[in-house]
Design a protein around this ligand. Structure first.
Ligand code: HEM
Length: 527
């Protein structure tokens, strides 16, 4: 079984065998000290699986952790605890407990665990997703909300319509590389929203590649066990000449800061010249005084939006294609709705949104059925707490098992099926389960740290899905026997930042005879 936790894989962190032995000794000594001198608990933690002495459950955690947690939930209930080598971890598995702790008690459940290498060294403490609950995070959050709330996210809709038209052209002219097109469009749409840039032409655009590398570096560095400094934070004080990993991290911090600063300054320049398109960065610059962020803080906030938004959106669009390949009746029903509301003479726009409730239900169901972040981002408690007789000490890592919540049979009977109808009543009005923040699912997280980009993401998904279904059919490939070869419903890849379906083949072809015009109509939108 592949293990996520105690692998210590990085050569920067283990430069030689002798250091290796010293560190192993220190590590063991640390664990013993922790166990011997740990403060006596004030009450019982929630129940959980029995683990090894000292090391606890760390060897029981497989790579697709959420599946194991969902199994354990059946045995231990909606809230259970684990021991990661002395660190208490509490896993929340249903809407009721997550709603109570993460939403209603969010004053003590809104911090993140400390990520020394990723958050502090590589990102210089400036990555909003890793920032602990405190003044800087509150400033980031207010500024982020100003530029991405439900109202301001409408500013980016014109750019999202253009992106959707580009996606249609790409899928019609080069259907086999659909995954590349999804990645390009997601990256391009987020860059347009964040910096007001013109669409990028390829998923391999050097800037897209460079920002993706930053996110990959941060996510790999954040994996438990990747760097010793996360186990012994005191190592952060080592001088760089004996800590090459620190030198490397600081060098990247400088390069990444220079790049984000350059992008941000570029927007400031176009604003000065009166030439800027509405964007998240332009809103940051215009409300600089109000937000109280320094230039470098604002530049990192903007840069991080790309990392948080591009791969998550691309992965979700891949789930959409998988669902359409497996559920042709859903696709046809949506196409009937789109044809009735939009006709065949133009692409859908945001003005059609009120007339496309089934398309909106597909957006919700895609996010519920296969969330690209099944465990979201971990939280950390900032005070001791009690829940139903269980004690949750300050500093506990909290994991929200969104996978299990989105598949709770009491909320979603037939949860394994892709069935957008579950979100609609007979009149086409939305039906949304409780404790789902008006979304129908919990894939955007909870409480004060709920995804900042959820309105931008929902809008992009809506217009992409409506436009693609207006333009093309998505069907399974035919196998050698001439019968449809269905892709796997369940196989997935955990890429660190997102979990997406394993690569699969499908046939994408223009719809019916009048769609000879599809390309022309989409291209007209782009001219
Ligand atoms: C389908 C696409 C997306 C999904 C599924 C998604 C999901 C999530 C989740 C689960 C979290 C953690 C929430 C928590 O701790 O409770 C998160 C955080 C975040 N997301 Fe998204 N996201 C998406 C798109 C976006 C976009 C497009 C942006 C920006 C334009 C964005 C910006 C952020 C930021 C900045 C955070 C960190 C918030 C904080 O720590 O305070 N996301 N997202």
């Amino acid at each position: 079984m592949e293990l996520l936790i105690p692998t210590f894989p990085n050569t920067w962190s283990l430069p030689s065998l002798s250091i290796n032995k010293v560190l192993l000794f220190l590590f063991t000594a640390y664990l013993f000290t922790k166990v011997l001198f740990s403060k006596s608990a004030k009450g019982p933690l929630p129940p959980g699986p029995r683990g090894l002495p000292i090391l606890g459950n760390i060897f029981q955690i497989p790579r697709l952790q959420w599946l194991k947690y969902t199994e354990w939930q059946k045995e231990f209930g909606p809230i259970f605890s684990l021991n990661f080598a002395g660190k208490p971890v509490v896993v929340l598995n249903n809407h009721e407990v997550a709603g109570e702790l993460l939403d209603r008690r969010s004053n003590i459940y809104s911090s993140r665990p400390r990520f020394v290498m990723a958050g502090e060294i590589l990102a210089g403490g400036l990555s909003i997703g890793f920032t602990e609950y405190g003044e800087l995070w509150k400033k980031f959050r207010r500024a982020g909300h100003d530029g991405l709330n439900i109202r301001t996210s409408e500013n980016y809709q014109a750019g999202q319509e253009i992106e959707a038209a580009m996606l249609v052209v790409a899928l019609v002219t080069d259907p086999d590389h659909w995954d590349d097109h999804l990645k390009r469009t997601a990256a391009s749409a987020v860059l347009a929203a964040v910096y007001g840039w013109a669409p990028v032409q390829s998923k391999d655009d050097p800037i897209v590649t460079r920002i993706n590398e930053i996110m990959e570096r941060l996510m790999l560095a954040a994996l438990p066990g990747a760097y010793m400094v996360d186990i012994f934070p005191i190592m952060k004080r080592l001088p760089t000449w004996i800590a090459p990993w620190k030198k490397w991290g600081l060098e990247w911090q400088k390069k990444d800061t220079d790049m984000f600063q350059g992008f941000y300054d570029g927007v400031a320049k176009t604003l000065d010249e009166g030439d800027a398109k509405p964007s998240f960065s332009s809103s940051l610059i215009e409300r600089k005084e109000k937000h109280g962020l320094s230039n470098v803080e604002a530049a990192w906030l903007a840069g991080n939006m790309f990392g948080a938004g591009a791969e998550t959106s691309a992965g979700t669009l891949a789930v959409f294609l998988l669902a359409m390949t497996l559920y042709p009746d859903v696709m046809r029903k949506a196409q009937r709705e789109i044809d009735a509301a939009v006709g065949r003479g133009r692409l859908p726009t945001f003005a059609d949104s009120p007339n496309l409730p089934y398309v909106w239900a597909i957006v919700r169901e895609v996010l519920r059925w296969r969330p690209v972040g099944p465990l979201g981002l971990p939280r950390c408690t900032t005070e001791d707490d009690w829940y139903k007789g269980y004690f949750i000490p300050k500093g506990t890592v909290i994991i929200a098992n969104m996978w299990a919540m989105n598949r709770d049979p009491t909320v979603y009977p037939d949860y394994e099926e892709f069935r957008p109808e579950r979100f609609l009543d007979g009149e086409g009005n939305s039906v949304l389960p409780q404790n789902t923040h008006g979304q129908g699912h919990v894939s955007y997280g909870f409480g004060r740290r709920i995804c900042l980009g959820m309105h931008v993401a929902n809008n992009a998904l809506f217009i992409d899905i409506a436009s693609v279904l207006w333009a093309v059919n998505i069907e399974p490939e035919l196998g050698p026997d001439g019968k449809p070869a269905l892709p796997s419903r369940t196989d997935c890849i955990d890429e660190g930042l997102v979990v997406r379906p394993v690569p699969f083949k499908c046939r994408i072809s223009p719809r019916s005879t009048d769609t000879a015009n599809v390309l022309q109509i989409a291209k007209e939108k782009l001219s």
